[in-house]
Design a protein around this ligand. Structure first.
Ligand SMILES: Nc1ncnc2c1ncn2[C@@H]1O[C@H](COP(=O)(O)OP(=O)(O)OP(=O)(O)O)[C@@H](O)[C@H]1O
Length: 298
């Protein structure tokens, strides 16, 4: 388990992380989601002792990362897949990790196989790796010590859909075996596929957290119609709250009521379904828009 307790990190007068508290539970894959600059990397760097918090603390299975004698055996970390030595081969990089952690030599080949890097690929220099191959190698370095906890910053970055599915299965298996996984992403759809629990951060603060099913099961209906304005008016007359979305509305009512209202108003529907996560997506887009505005103004 990873426990973040009222963590704050200030750079001068700028607060990058502001009283952030959450736990990543054992046996679960926890997604840490937020737009660029939200504070994800800063939080993860504090977790692994690379950045000192201004206040608050992080413990991993009850201890500070800096207290761990051979940390790679307890926590697998991938913070920046492109930070690997470009002139070394993948096998050399894993061999160094194996030696540093005092592991048997056989772990190198086993871990390469586990992340799907072939013998041929392991013999190539990292500078010739695709981004997806670098991510696999980074995950291999995190996994080689057979840790109980994984902390991965944007591990799906650069993976194609098959790669994302591969990683989902790998992390699912890791969590099912009793491991704890925390992974960050700035893409809702990417993390939605992989995570069981979600922590959403924006401008240094937690804005939502809970199980994925809780967060995605937002009540309401998503409707698209040829004449959205007429439908919106009819729904408002029925005292139903609507929020405009691209080409349609999110409606605080069940699909049956929306369908019946559209029928009475003579509006042709193009799509009518439960909103599944549309609320989360809207919230996330608002967060992203705020960040973009701030960036544009700066
Ligand atoms: N060493 C530093 N000095 C000053 N400001 C910093 C430093 N490191 C990070 N920041 C600022 O803290 C904020 C949070 O950055 P962080 O890298 O944690 O965000 P992030 O959520 O990981 O974003 P991304 O998805 O872009 O990686 C940003 O505004 C960033 O500019």
């Amino acid at each position: 388990m990873i426990s973040v307790e009222s963590l704050t990190k200030q750079y001068g007068r700028f607060t990058a992380v502001d009283h952030v508290s959450f736990t990543a539970a054992t046996g679960r894959v926890t997604g840490f989601l937020g737009p660029n600059g939200a504070g994800k990397s800063t939080t993860m760097r504090v977790m692994v002792g690379l950045t000192r918090p201004t206040t608050g603390r992080v413990t991993i299975t009850g201890r500070d990362y800096r207290e761990l004698v051979n940390p790679g055996l307890e926590v697998g970390v991938l913070l920046d897949a492109s930070a690997q030595h470009a002139g070394r081969t993948g096998r050399e990089i894993l061999t160094i990790a194996q030696q540093t952690m005092g592991l048997p030599k056989t772990q190198v080949a086993e871990t390469l196989a586990r992340v799907g890097l072939t013998e041929d690929e392991a013999g190539r220099r990292v500078r010739d790796y695709s981004l997806g191959m670098r991510q696999r190698l980074g995950i291999a370095t995190a996994l080689i010590g057979d840790p109980e906890v994984l902390i991965l910053d944007e591990p799906a970055n650069g993976l194609d859909p098959a790669g994302i599915r591969w990683m989902r299965d790998l992390l699912r298996g890791f969590a099912n075996d009793g491991g704890t996984v925390l992974l960050s992403s700035h893409l809702l759809h990417e993390i939605e596929v992989i995570a069981d629990d979600l922590i959403v951060i924006g401008q240094g603060r937690i804005v939502a957290q809970g199980s994925k099913s809780e967060l995605l099961a937002s009540a309401g209906t998503l409707v698209r119609a040829t004449d959205v304005d007429t439908l919106a008016r009819a729904l408002h007359e029925a005292a139903v709250v609507t929020t405009p979305i691209d080409g349609g509305l999110r409606v605080d009512a069940d699909p049956e009521l929306v369908g019946a209202t559209a029928h009475r108003a003579g509006v042709v529907l193009r799509e009518l379904r439960p909103a599944d996560g549309a609320g989360l997506e809207e919230m996330f887009l608002e967060l992203t828009a705020d960040t973009a505005r701030e960036g544009a103004a700066a």
